[in-house]
Design a protein around this ligand. Sequence first.
Ligand code: G4P
Length: 201
Amino acid sequence: MELLKRKIELEGRVISDHVLKVDSFLNHQVDPHLMAAIGKEFAARFQNMGITKILTIESSGIAPGLMTALELNVPIIFARKRNSLTLVNDLITSTVHSFTKKETNEISISNQYIVPGDKVLIIDDFLANGQAALGLVDLVQKAGAEMVGIGIVIEKSFQEGSNLLRKEGFRVESLVRIKSLENGRVTFLQEGVSTRYEQII
Ligand code: G4P
């Protein structure tokens, strides 16, 4: 997605060989026009698949997930990482270990909002080691629903998550794929052709 690549080139800051800071448009301040374009792009990539729910995880998955949900005209559910005052009964839970942050979180959703018969699209902001995505897949499976695919805003293809998820047979659509963050530079994987949504605009 060229628009997103340009935004990363202009505003992204390489913090280390493994971490890209995009606080100006995705992880802290959020660019609503970019999120709207991201929602259209995911909706185009996953159109006509009968998706009934979007599932993401708080907090940075919510903005791109919401715009995708708006385009597909379905609700979005965000998994919580912390206990909620009101979300206490009938929880579906999974465990996510972050190798980056060296912490383990229990993530949860209510069993009211993803139910057998649902076709679920998972959306998240970053794909690094794939543990958050696998935790979300686990929630969908425990809910007895069908997992249709995984949409990722920024994939760091040099970390193991992308291979792990594709090897499991999941359909993964990443809007940009980063080959390397070495030498303080973002190098994208060459994609070749533009996507359907980019051809439309
Ligand atoms: P994984 O789920 O793919 O295994 O990823 P990992 O544990 O490594 O990532 C943990 C957190 O760090 C996630 O956010 C993820 O989005 C974020 N993250 C991973 N790599 C990068 C990166 O290069 N840049 C930025 N900006 N974030 C990265 P989180 O803790 O859930 O935060 P948030 O959603 O509340 O913002």
